[in-house]
Design a protein around this ligand. Structure first.
Ligand code: SDX
Length: 393
């Protein structure tokens, strides 16, 4: 009930690795960060406090949180040469490769702090990443809309600073809506970690070669970009807009999915682990109405989303395959209501997932037993055979 979980030896043989960071029970729909239920953290904590918990293993004292917050606020600025880095990208570039390139480039600016076994260098790299990724993301947005970059304002909190750098202008004062800050802070908490998902496993695998933190996180960003993983939140919006633009016939779309026409899927549904309702989706759905009412979301898309969910939860095809809404199903509607373009939704996923990636990379570096290392395979190819000269083929 309390303390450390004991592992069933049989389970250990099938697991990719062991980890003490996040616990998921896919059948019961349970998610805990360092033992704390996601429902309690969503209600009572903040994104920075959850980041501290994931990375250092305990909830911070008031002094520890103040120190952590202060350290991060001192590293939000990008090196001016890295700022120029954005000039090289086309304006219509997708922000995810921009993000992974800029994060990888950080290792060229901080060559004196890349040693994964020097605690001080790991610490400063952790703080730099947490502080600079929001700035990099905001600059990727500003580049895409041809607007000037705003320097960070270190008197603001992390999420507020990100929103100001994204939607603010040098020409006038920009007051960030506190409802927007709270909503985004909550979404970042819900995305902060999720055990050995595709992108986190990528971070651990790349890090297992003793690659530095920036290189490993850059690889994780690339893995998250895939539409079956982090790209799903954008794909959900495109799916909802497609249903709306073709007349809003939800049943017709559901039939296409069931008939597997053109490989179409119900984006935002299903999960490798959750064979029950994703607890994050339940929290997001609960707040989606509130947030969208306050921010003025597109009700027609929310209505289509709710109709899709009703169809899926009552249709044997989806129920038999245990396909329930996952974390991505409602988030896109909220991000859109906040003013983000669809292709930026996965960037927001990456901002939320960053502390989890860092926590896993540090755990693996500190404990070789938790390394994924070098996975083996089951060979299913040709048995041995002799070479044939080209004249005999
Ligand atoms: C994330 O791992 C994590 O923790 C990830 C994540 C995190 O926080 O890091 O939670 C974030 O990636 C959430 C998932 C976001 N992706 C999507 O919403 C894309 C749509 N979903 C799927 O592509 C799919 O559900 C997966 C990949 C997420 C999970 O697939 P599963 O559970 O392994 O199921 P499967 O691929 O083995 O399919 C089983 C059956 C198949 O049908 P049959 O061959 O049995 O007839 O279910 C069908 C699939 O065709 N199916 C779907 C479906 N997902 C699976 N049919 C329609 N719509 C879907 N979404």
């Amino acid at each position: 009930k309390t303390g450390l979980v004991t592992l069933d030896p049989g389970f250990v043989n099938t697991a990719a690795c062991s980890s003490a960071i996040t616990y998921i029970d896919g059948d019961a729909g349970i998610l805990r960060y360092r033992g704390y239920p996601i429902e309690q953290l969503a209600e009572k904590s903040s994104f920075l406090e959850v980041s501290y918990l994931l990375i250092y293993g305990e909830l911070p004292t008031a002094a520890e949180l103040e120190d952590f917050t202060h350290k991060i606020s001192r590293h939000t600025l990008l090196h001016e040469d890295l700022k120029r880095f954005f000039d090289g990208f086309p304006r219509d570039a997708h922000p995810m490769p921009v993000l992974s390139s800029a994060v990888s480039a950080l290792s060229t600016f901080y060559q004196d702090s890349l040693n994964p076994f020097d605690p001080n260098q790991v610490e400063i790299s952790t703080i730099r990443l947490l502080a600079k990724l929001p700035t990099i993301a905001a600059y990727a947005y500003k580049k895409s809309v041809g607007q000037p970059f705003l320097y960070p304002d270190n008197s603001l909190g992390l999420v507020e600073n990100f929103l100001r750098m994204t939607f603010g202008f040098p020409a006038e004062n920009y007051d960030v809506d506190p409802d927007l800050v709270r909503a985004l802070d909550l979404l970042f908490i819900l995305h902060a970690d999720h055990e050995q998902n595709c992108s986190t496993s990528t971070v651990r695998l790349v890090g297992s070669s003793e690659a530095n933190l920036f290189a490993s996180i850059s690889a994780g960003i690339n893995a998250l970009f895939g539409p079956l993983h982090g790209g799903a939140n954008s794909a959900v919006l495109e799916m909802l807009e497609g249903i709306r633009d073709s007349g809003g016939d939800v049943q017709a779309f559901v039939n296409k999915v069931k008939n597997k026409e053109d490989g179409v899927k119900l984006m935002g549904f299903g999960h490798r682990v959750y064979k029950n309702y994703d607890p994050r989706a339940a929290i997001i759905k609960k707040t989606a109405d509130d947030i969208l009412n306050k921010l003025g979301g597109d009700d027609s898309l929310l209505d289509i989303a709710k109709q899709l969910e009703e169809h899926a939860l009552s249709d044997e095809y989806f129920v038999s395959r245990k396909l329930y809404p996952n974390v991505d199903f409602y988030t896109g509607l909220i991000y859109r209501a906040m003013g983000f373009p669809t292709k930026f939704f996965t960037v927001l996923f990456a901002l939320g997932r960053l502390p989890g990636w860092i926590a896993h990379w540090r755990e693996m570096m500190n404990d070789p037993a938790t390394k994924i290392g070098r996975p083996r395979q089951v060979y299913i190819g040709q048995t041995e055979r002799d070479y044939k000269p080209v004249a005999e083929r």
